[in-house]
Design a protein around this ligand. Structure first.
Ligand code: SF4
Length: 234
């Protein structure tokens, strides 16, 4: 509370693999709004009932963000793994049945000119599954991890320079106003969690220092801003 934290995000890996996640969320909802970033495949109905009750008893909201990278098995499974589309969609339907309005996040793996078609297909698919007020957030593709192998990552020229920050609204960058607590220490942001320089200390106090935007991923944040903020309902 001393840090004036306004909201809490839980991410992984898959956060629901932690057997303590449900009690942790119940406790968090006493202090502020919480968001869980999940693949939607591992929760049990009893957990959702508890979380539904915890949110109803709280002043704050509980959001779920479910990652799904295509609007069909054919477009999703080559990216996220065989069978993941159907399992994630089942999870989304369970959330909707428990009164939640999950935010569906998809990394943009299609050319930008196809965006209206792809978004339309996502909305149609979610409607057909019974999700009448779908919330969809299209994320820019970060050229990190497996994507770095596929695309050769960022060019040296794709970096944020001090001149680019002149007049730029820094509040759009999550590193400007948040930190990511991990079992290894406190990191600057969830995007760079595997980077050698991302861990800033072992406590929030140690990690409350400026961070140079020196990675290629920072260039994507700069271009698109607010990558991690939750969108409103469509
Ligand atoms: S990738 Fe860079 S700009 Fe984006 S949140 Fe992390 S440190 Fe900030």
């Amino acid at each position: 509370m001393a840090w004036g934290v306004k909201e809490y995000y839980f991410t992984g890996g898959e956060p629901f693999l932690n057997p303590d996640l449900v009690p942790m969320l119940e406790a968090t909802l006493k202090y502020g709004p919480a968001t869980v970033l999940t693949n939607g495949t591992v929760w049990k109905p009893a957990w959702l009932q508890r979380l539904q009750a915890a949110e109803a008893a709280s002043l704050y909201s509980l959001e779920f963000r479910v990652s799904i990278d295509g609007f069909s098995p054919e477009t999703n499974d080559p990216i996220r793994g065989e069978g993941t589309f159907c399992r994630a969609l089942e999870g989304i339907v369970k959330l909707v049945e428990h009164g939640f309005l999950p935010i569906i996040t998809a990394a943009r793996t299609w050319p930008e000119e196809q965006e209206p078609h792809v978004v339309g297909e996502f909305v149609r698919m979610l409607h057909d599954a019974g999700y009448r007020r779908p919330r969809l957030k299209i994320l820019p593709l970060l050229r990190l991890g497996a994507e770095e192998q596929r695309t050769c990552g960022y060019l040296d020229s794709e970096r944020v320079t001090p001149e680019m920050m002149d007049g730029y609204d820094r509040s759009q960058l999550i590193c400007e106003h948040s930190r990511t607590v991990t079992d290894r220490g406190v990191a600057v942001c969830p995007i760079l969690i595997e980077s050698h320089d991302a861990l800033l200390g072992q406590s929030l106090a140690e990690a409350a220092k400026p961070y140079p935007l020196q990675h290629g991923a920072c260039f994507t944040c700069y271009q698109y801003g607010a990558i991690c903020a939750n969108p409103s309902a469509r």
